[in-house]
Design a protein around this ligand. Structure first.
Ligand code: ATP
Length: 200
Protein backbone atom coordinates (compact mmCIF):
# COMPACT_ATOMS: atom_id res chain seq x y z
CA UNK A 1 0.00 0.00 0.00
CA UNK A 2 1.37 3.41 -0.96
CA UNK A 3 1.10 6.05 1.77
CA UNK A 4 0.40 9.61 0.67
CA UNK A 5 0.08 12.76 2.76
CA UNK A 6 -2.46 15.40 1.74
CA UNK A 7 -2.04 19.04 2.66
CA UNK A 8 -5.26 20.79 1.76
CA UNK A 9 -5.61 24.55 1.76
CA UNK A 10 -6.50 27.71 -0.07
CA UNK A 11 -2.86 28.59 -0.72
CA UNK A 12 -3.69 32.28 -1.01
CA UNK A 13 -0.70 32.52 -1.41
CA UNK A 14 1.32 29.36 -0.65
CA UNK A 15 4.26 29.93 1.71
CA UNK A 16 7.13 28.56 3.77
CA UNK A 17 4.71 27.39 6.49
CA UNK A 18 3.04 25.04 4.00
CA UNK A 19 6.44 23.79 2.93
CA UNK A 20 7.41 23.29 6.55
CA UNK A 21 4.25 21.26 7.29
CA UNK A 22 4.76 19.18 4.14
CA UNK A 23 8.39 18.47 5.01
CA UNK A 24 7.53 17.55 8.61
CA UNK A 25 4.91 15.11 7.32
CA UNK A 26 7.18 13.55 4.70
CA UNK A 27 9.95 13.06 7.26
CA UNK A 28 7.87 12.18 10.30
CA UNK A 29 5.30 9.83 8.77
CA UNK A 30 7.37 7.75 6.34
CA UNK A 31 5.28 8.92 3.40
CA UNK A 32 5.86 7.89 -0.21
CA UNK A 33 4.59 11.26 -1.41
CA UNK A 34 2.96 14.48 -0.26
CA UNK A 35 0.20 16.02 -2.34
CA UNK A 36 -0.76 19.65 -1.91
CA UNK A 37 -4.50 19.93 -2.45
CA UNK A 38 -5.63 23.47 -3.39
CA UNK A 39 -9.35 24.01 -2.91
CA UNK A 40 -11.57 25.46 -5.62
CA UNK A 41 -13.86 27.16 -3.14
CA UNK A 42 -13.19 26.75 0.59
CA UNK A 43 -16.28 25.88 2.67
CA UNK A 44 -14.87 27.50 5.85
CA UNK A 45 -13.42 30.77 4.59
CA UNK A 46 -14.59 33.81 2.70
CA UNK A 47 -12.06 34.58 -0.01
CA UNK A 48 -10.93 38.19 0.43
CA UNK A 49 -11.27 40.63 -2.48
CA UNK A 50 -8.28 40.37 -4.82
CA UNK A 51 -7.88 36.62 -4.31
CA UNK A 52 -6.28 35.11 -7.42
CA UNK A 53 -8.26 32.56 -9.44
CA UNK A 54 -8.19 28.92 -8.41
CA UNK A 55 -5.96 28.30 -11.46
CA UNK A 56 -3.41 30.87 -10.24
CA UNK A 57 -3.50 29.36 -6.75
CA UNK A 58 -2.83 25.93 -8.29
CA UNK A 59 0.11 27.33 -10.30
CA UNK A 60 1.60 29.06 -7.25
CA UNK A 61 1.24 25.82 -5.31
CA UNK A 62 3.04 23.95 -8.11
CA UNK A 63 5.93 26.40 -7.79
CA UNK A 64 6.05 25.75 -4.05
CA UNK A 65 5.88 21.96 -4.54
CA UNK A 66 8.85 22.13 -6.93
CA UNK A 67 11.00 22.97 -3.89
CA UNK A 68 10.34 19.65 -2.17
CA UNK A 69 11.24 16.17 -3.43
CA UNK A 70 8.27 13.76 -3.43
CA UNK A 71 5.78 16.67 -3.35
CA UNK A 72 3.16 17.22 -6.04
CA UNK A 73 -0.07 19.13 -6.56
CA UNK A 74 -3.37 17.26 -6.79
CA UNK A 75 -6.02 19.21 -8.72
CA UNK A 76 -8.98 16.98 -7.87
CA UNK A 77 -10.85 19.77 -6.05
CA UNK A 78 -10.80 21.80 -9.28
CA UNK A 79 -12.82 18.97 -10.88
CA UNK A 80 -15.32 18.31 -8.11
CA UNK A 81 -18.39 20.46 -7.42
CA UNK A 82 -17.96 23.44 -5.09
CA UNK A 83 -17.62 23.93 -2.18
CA UNK A 84 -14.52 21.79 -1.69
CA UNK A 85 -15.61 19.48 1.10
CA UNK A 86 -12.69 17.37 2.32
CA UNK A 87 -15.04 14.46 3.05
CA UNK A 88 -16.11 14.39 -0.60
CA UNK A 89 -12.54 14.75 -1.87
CA UNK A 90 -11.33 11.89 0.32
CA UNK A 91 -14.21 9.66 -0.80
CA UNK A 92 -13.30 10.31 -4.41
CA UNK A 93 -9.60 9.70 -3.77
CA UNK A 94 -10.41 6.40 -2.06
CA UNK A 95 -12.41 5.37 -5.14
CA UNK A 96 -9.73 6.43 -7.62
CA UNK A 97 -6.68 5.23 -5.68
CA UNK A 98 -7.59 1.92 -4.00
CA UNK A 99 -3.89 1.06 -3.56
CA UNK A 100 -3.17 4.20 -1.51
CA UNK A 101 -3.74 5.09 2.12
CA UNK A 102 -4.05 8.80 2.84
CA UNK A 103 -2.90 10.93 5.76
CA UNK A 104 -4.56 14.32 6.05
CA UNK A 105 -1.97 16.79 7.33
CA UNK A 106 -3.38 19.80 9.19
CA UNK A 107 -2.05 22.76 11.13
CA UNK A 108 -3.40 23.22 14.66
CA UNK A 109 -5.99 25.85 13.62
CA UNK A 110 -7.64 23.32 11.30
CA UNK A 111 -7.12 20.39 13.66
CA UNK A 112 -9.02 22.08 16.48
CA UNK A 113 -12.08 22.60 14.28
CA UNK A 114 -11.95 19.37 12.26
CA UNK A 115 -14.97 17.81 13.96
CA UNK A 116 -17.11 20.75 12.81
CA UNK A 117 -16.27 20.19 9.14
CA UNK A 118 -18.78 18.57 6.79
CA UNK A 119 -19.08 14.84 7.63
CA UNK A 120 -16.12 14.39 9.99
CA UNK A 121 -17.04 10.69 10.30
CA UNK A 122 -16.33 10.27 6.57
CA UNK A 123 -13.06 12.19 6.86
CA UNK A 124 -11.85 9.98 9.72
CA UNK A 125 -12.92 6.80 7.94
CA UNK A 126 -10.99 7.61 4.78
CA UNK A 127 -7.84 9.15 6.23
CA UNK A 128 -5.48 9.17 9.14
CA UNK A 129 -4.86 12.64 10.53
CA UNK A 130 -1.48 14.21 11.31
CA UNK A 131 -1.45 17.55 13.13
CA UNK A 132 1.26 20.07 13.89
CA UNK A 133 1.29 23.27 15.93
CA UNK A 134 1.23 26.62 14.15
CA UNK A 135 1.91 28.54 17.36
CA UNK A 136 3.79 27.46 20.50
CA UNK A 137 0.66 28.10 22.56
CA UNK A 138 -1.17 25.41 20.56
CA UNK A 139 1.24 22.58 21.37
CA UNK A 140 -0.28 21.70 24.74
CA UNK A 141 -3.82 21.45 23.33
CA UNK A 142 -2.92 18.98 20.55
CA UNK A 143 -2.96 15.97 22.90
CA UNK A 144 -6.40 16.75 24.31
CA UNK A 145 -7.86 17.24 20.85
CA UNK A 146 -6.36 13.93 19.68
CA UNK A 147 -7.91 12.13 22.67
CA UNK A 148 -11.31 13.66 21.96
CA UNK A 149 -11.29 12.74 18.25
CA UNK A 150 -10.14 9.20 19.04
CA UNK A 151 -12.89 8.73 21.57
CA UNK A 152 -15.73 10.32 19.59
CA UNK A 153 -14.91 9.04 16.12
CA UNK A 154 -12.23 6.37 16.46
CA UNK A 155 -10.04 8.79 14.49
CA UNK A 156 -6.48 7.71 13.79
CA UNK A 157 -4.40 10.73 14.78
CA UNK A 158 -0.68 11.33 15.03
CA UNK A 159 1.04 14.48 16.19
CA UNK A 160 4.05 15.96 14.44
CA UNK A 161 6.40 17.66 16.86
CA UNK A 162 8.17 20.01 14.45
CA UNK A 163 9.46 23.50 15.24
CA UNK A 164 6.80 26.15 14.93
CA UNK A 165 7.00 28.46 11.93
CA UNK A 166 4.66 31.39 12.37
CA UNK A 167 3.77 32.31 8.79
CA UNK A 168 0.30 32.85 7.37
CA UNK A 169 -1.19 33.72 4.01
CA UNK A 170 -3.09 36.54 5.74
CA UNK A 171 0.13 38.24 6.88
CA UNK A 172 1.69 37.73 3.45
CA UNK A 173 -1.30 39.26 1.65
CA UNK A 174 -0.94 42.32 3.88
CA UNK A 175 2.78 42.56 3.08
CA UNK A 176 2.09 42.18 -0.65
CA UNK A 177 -0.44 45.01 -0.47
CA UNK A 178 2.36 47.18 0.94
CA UNK A 179 4.53 46.20 -2.05
CA UNK A 180 6.74 43.84 -0.02
CA UNK A 181 7.76 40.34 -1.07
CA UNK A 182 8.77 38.59 2.18
CA UNK A 183 11.14 35.63 2.05
CA UNK A 184 8.41 33.36 3.42
CA UNK A 185 6.73 33.52 0.01
CA UNK A 186 9.69 31.51 -1.32
CA UNK A 187 11.48 32.66 -4.44
CA UNK A 188 9.47 30.79 -7.13
CA UNK A 189 6.12 31.85 -5.65
CA UNK A 190 7.25 35.49 -5.35
CA UNK A 191 8.41 35.36 -8.98
CA UNK A 192 5.01 34.06 -10.11
CA UNK A 193 3.17 36.77 -8.18
CA UNK A 194 5.35 39.45 -9.79
CA UNK A 195 5.02 37.97 -13.30
CA UNK A 196 1.25 37.85 -13.07
CA UNK A 197 0.82 41.09 -11.10
CA UNK A 198 -1.19 39.33 -8.37
CA UNK A 199 -2.23 40.84 -5.00
CA UNK A 200 -1.89 44.43 -6.15
P1 ATP B 1 -4.97 32.27 5.82
O1 ATP B 1 -4.00 33.13 6.60
O2 ATP B 1 -5.46 32.94 4.56
O3 ATP B 1 -6.10 31.74 6.66
P2 ATP B 1 -3.17 29.96 5.94
O4 ATP B 1 -1.81 30.57 6.08
O5 ATP B 1 -3.81 29.41 7.16
O6 ATP B 1 -4.14 31.01 5.24
P3 ATP B 1 -4.08 27.70 4.33
O7 ATP B 1 -3.88 27.56 2.87
O8 ATP B 1 -5.44 27.95 4.82
O9 ATP B 1 -3.05 28.86 4.81
O10 ATP B 1 -3.46 26.46 5.11
C1 ATP B 1 -3.49 25.15 4.59
C2 ATP B 1 -3.01 24.16 5.65
O11 ATP B 1 -1.67 24.44 6.01
C3 ATP B 1 -3.84 24.22 6.95
O12 ATP B 1 -3.94 22.91 7.49
C4 ATP B 1 -2.97 25.07 7.84
O13 ATP B 1 -3.19 24.84 9.22
C5 ATP B 1 -1.57 24.63 7.42
N1 ATP B 1 -0.58 25.67 7.67
C6 ATP B 1 -0.58 26.92 7.17
N2 ATP B 1 0.47 27.63 7.63
C7 ATP B 1 1.15 26.81 8.47
C8 ATP B 1 2.32 26.96 9.30
N3 ATP B 1 2.98 28.12 9.35
N4 ATP B 1 2.72 25.89 10.03
C9 ATP B 1 2.02 24.72 9.99
N5 ATP B 1 0.91 24.52 9.23
C10 ATP B 1 0.47 25.53 8.49
Amino acid sequence: MRRVGLLGGTFNPPHAGHLHAARAALEGLALDALWFLPDAEPPHKVLPPGTPTAQDRVEMTRRLASLLPRAEVCTLEQELPAPSYTARTLGELARRCPDTSFVLVVGSDMFFTLDRWYRPDVIFRHAEIAALARRDEDTAALDGCRARLREQYGARVSLLYADVLEVSSTALREALRRGEYPEALTEPVAAYIRERGLYR
